[in-house]
Design a protein around this ligand. Structure first.
Ligand code: SF4
Length: 158
C-alpha cells in the first residue's frame, strides 16, 4: 500500500501535477525513551531509498527546536521522563506527539516496572499511535504520512 502511494506521488511530481500536500512538510524529533531498539531500527529503514520519506516531506531532525512532531519509541523509563519532557518543552507550537510501537502504547512493557513510568500517554497527550512490535517500515511510513495527508483538525496547543 505504501509503495503504491509513494509511486503515485512520484508520478504526480514527474508529470507536473500539484502535490496533494501542497508542499507541506513535517520535521520529526525522535526520542528513544526506553526501547529495545527494534522500533528504532525499523524507523531508520524509513529513511532508506525504498521509502524516501524525506522526499515526501518527512524528515528526522536533531533538535526539538526545529521539530513539529515528537516521535517516541519504548516504554517511558524513569530516567528518560525528564529528557522527554525537556525535548517537548523546547518544541515550537503547534506540536504533535506520536507513539511508535507497542511499548510506547503500553502494550507489553519491557524491563523492571519500578523503572518504567508507563506508556507515553501517561506523560504526554498522544496524537498518533503506531502499533506493532516492532511496526514495519511500511506501517511507520504510512502512519507518518497521515500527519501530512490528514492532519488533526485542530492541532493541540499545550
Ligand atoms: S514495541 Fe517491541 S520492538 Fe518496539 S521497543 Fe518495544 S519490544 Fe522493542
Amino acid at each position: 500500500m505504501f509503495t503504491l502511494l509513494r509511486d503515485l506521488r512520484r508520478l504526480r511530481r514527474d508529470i507536473g501535477l500539484i502535490r496533494p500536500d501542497r508542499g507541506r512538510s513535517l520535521a520529526i524529533r525522535h526520542v528513544d525513551a526506553g526501547s529495545c531498539n527494534g522500533c528504532d531500527h525499523e524507523l531508520t529503514l524509513t529513511s532508506s531509498p525504498a521509502y524516501d520519506l524525506q522526499h515526501l516531506g518527512l524528515g528526522i531532525v536533531a533538535s526539538p527546536r526545529h521539530a513539529d512532531v515528537l516521535l517516541v519509541t519504548g516504554a517511558i523509563t524513569t530516567r528518560m521522563q525528564g529528557p522527554l519532557l525537556t525535548a517537548y518543552a523546547a518544541m515550537p507550537q503547534p506540536r504533535l506527539v506520536a507513539a511508535l510501537g507497542d511499548c510506547a502504547l503500553g502494550i507489553g512493557l519491557l524491563g523492571d516496572p519500578t523503572e518504567v513510568v508507563g506508556p507515553l500517554d501517561a506523560v504526554l497527550g498522544v496524537d498518533l499511535r503506531i502499533p506493532g512490535c516492532p511496526p514495519t517500515p511500511d506501517t511507520i511510513a504510512a502512519a507518518l504520512l497521515t500527519l501530512i495527508d490528514n492532519p488533526p483538525a485542530v492541532i493541540p496547543q499545550r
